[in-house]
Design a binder for this molecule. Structure first.
Ligand SMILES: *Cc1c(COP(=O)(O)O)cnc(C)c1O
Length: 492
């Protein structure tokens, strides 16, 4: 790209004395800071000196370097980067929903009605009894759900249950949340087919087990077929079943965690229910519980009856207390509501089914070029283990083309990279989740590029290994970035 502004810091565009403003002469006397010497600057500020046009071009070029689902296809697995209809944004921006969080319930009836309807719709979708929308993210929902499990055992005087069982394929937040909630983590293995190994689970169960966390579909995109048996075993030993429903997309309207025997779950509204996300937020991780656990949910709760909503709190020693200031990220809840209403009851299952169809379509068309370690029908996402041997994926070859190389080369073709080296079960994991919102044309174009990269890897491995070639910044040394981080710009 032959553009002097491209890929530069605004400091690099600075020229001494250049200005982007012209102000009238100062009509006030200069005020000397003699009375307050500590407030005086010791050296000149290092602000960039640039004209207005340079500023306009700088920021416009920077915004063009952004990649998002509004600019192109985003096959990032485990994230559900689906298109978020703009009407949801408009609804969330309606002035009536701009309610101060401390507004008393009498003055927030519209917001409380919406809140209650989202709580009840999520309960219906998941087959559970009641939801709280207070948690701010998926991991925060996990923490809340695990605290619900702890509260349940404590209220029953069953205080020796310290262990939470987590599969080795779990999202990293699962063991992290369990540790933060004060539990010990016990890992259960996966079988060669990628689902929880029931035989490995059995000896782990006992009177010290508080519960078990499962992700379904798991992080390999596979439906955990042994759930009824696992739920029976965990319940038999007195534990509760936790469902990580961060990526509920393929389940929507098709099957329900409550019917599978789960007691507690969270859902990521910012994945499944259409809120733009990435870069850390904003999020919303509602937590649902089965009948009989409602009293373990955190404060405050929104209760709606006789056409009136109100806040409810429990103050006894046994209650979980609060997990958030106020009632969560309300703007996200409005987006989820708008999304649910615009799909409608009849179309929610279509979203789930199309996400599964799209993932399987890509998987089947690319398996000729990429290694497919687990060959079954996937749900909304699947994992390759790098390129096939004949396309440069042979580990023993000197110019072996890795998953990282493929991901970097994709950038040259204008695609966001898929998730790579996660989950940790395969050496060269490359995880793709197309979501339901992409057309067949988009999927075909992506597939063609992936095949082209495989062929390039065979014909000219060094070219793929040195990608990207067309981005403002070429391949970064990510180890150096971690070991010698530079957070400030030094004047040239
Ligand atoms: C994204 C995700 C989480 C964590 O959600 P955050 O909102 O990022 O905290 C947990 N589990 C699974 C399976 C996920 O995909």
């Amino acid at each position: 790209m032959n553009n002097v502004y491209y890929g530069k810091l605004v400091f690099e565009l600075s020229k001494p004395g250049r200005k982007g403003y012209s102000l009238p002469a100062n009509e006030f006397a200069a005020y000397a800071l003699d009375a307050l010497p500590v407030a005086r600057r010791e050296r000149k500020t290092l602000l960039p000196e640039v004209d207005e046009l340079t500023v306009a071009r700088h920021y416009t070029n920077m915004s063009n370097n952004n990649f998002g689902v509004d600019t192109g296809f985003y096959p990032l697995g485990s994230c559900t980067m689906k298109y978020n209809p703009k009407v949801n944004e408009e609804m969330a921006a309606l002035p009536g929903f701009n309610v101060h969080p401390a507004t008393p319930d009498c003055c927030a009836q519209g917001a409380l009605k919406l809140y209650d309807e989202v709580q009840r719709t999520l309960a219906e979708i998941s087959g559970l009894s009641r939801f709280t929308l207070n948690p701010y993210a998926g991991a925060h929902g996990e923490l809340t759900g695990l605290m619900v499990i702890g509260t349940y055992h404590r209220q029953r005087g069953d205080v020796n249950r310290k262990k939470i069982i987590v599969p080795d394929s779990a999202h990293g937040t699962n063991p992290a949340s369990a540790a933060v909630a004060g539990f010990q983590i016990v890992q259960v293995k996966s079988t060669a087919q990628g689902t929880v190994d029931v035989e490995d689970l059995k000896p782990l169960l006992g009177p010290d087990v508080a519960g078990m966390m499962m992700t379904n579909p798991n992080t390999l995109g596979l439906f955990e077929t042994q759930i009824p048996e696992i739920a029976r075993l965990v319940h038999e030993c007195g534990g509760l079943m936790y469902y990580d429903g961060a990526n509920l997309n393929p389940m929507l309207g098709v099957c329900r965690p409550g019917d599978m025997g789960f007691d507690v779950m969270h859902i990521n509204l910012h994945k499944t229910f259409s809120t733009p996300h990435g870069g850390g937020g904003p999020g919303s991780g509602p937590v649902g519980v089965r009948a009989g656990l409602e009293h373990c949910l955190p404060n405050p709760q929104v209760v709606y009856n006789e056409e009136k909503g109100r806040f409810e709190q429990r103050f006894d020693d046994e209650s979980l207390g609060c997990v958030s200031g106020f009632l969560g990220n309300f703007g996200i809840i409005v987006r989820a509501y708008a999304y649910l209403l615009s799909l409608g009851r009849e179309n929610v299952p279509m979203a789930g089914r199309l996400s599964v169809l799209n993932a399987n379509y890509i998987k089947e068309r690319l398996r000729t070029h990429y290694k497919l370690p687990i060959d079954v029908v996937c749900k909304h996402e699947f994992v390759f283990d790098g390129l096939r041997e004949e396309y440069g994926g042979d580990h023993h070859a000197a110019d072996h083309v890795t998953t990282l190389d493929v991901a970097k080369r994709l950038l040259d073709y204008g695609y966001h990279a898929p998730t790579i080296y996660f989950p940790l079960l395969f050496h060269e994991a490359l995880m793709i989740e197309p979501t339901e919102t992409e057309s067949k044309d988009t999927l075909d174009a992506f597939i063609d590029v992936m095949i082209r990269i495989a062929e390039e890897a065979k014909a000219d491995p060094q070219m793929v290994k040195s990608a990207p070639h067309n981005t403002p910044i070429r391949r970064l040394d990510d180890v150096k970035a971690v070991k010698e981080p530079k957070f400030t710009f030094k004047a040239l």
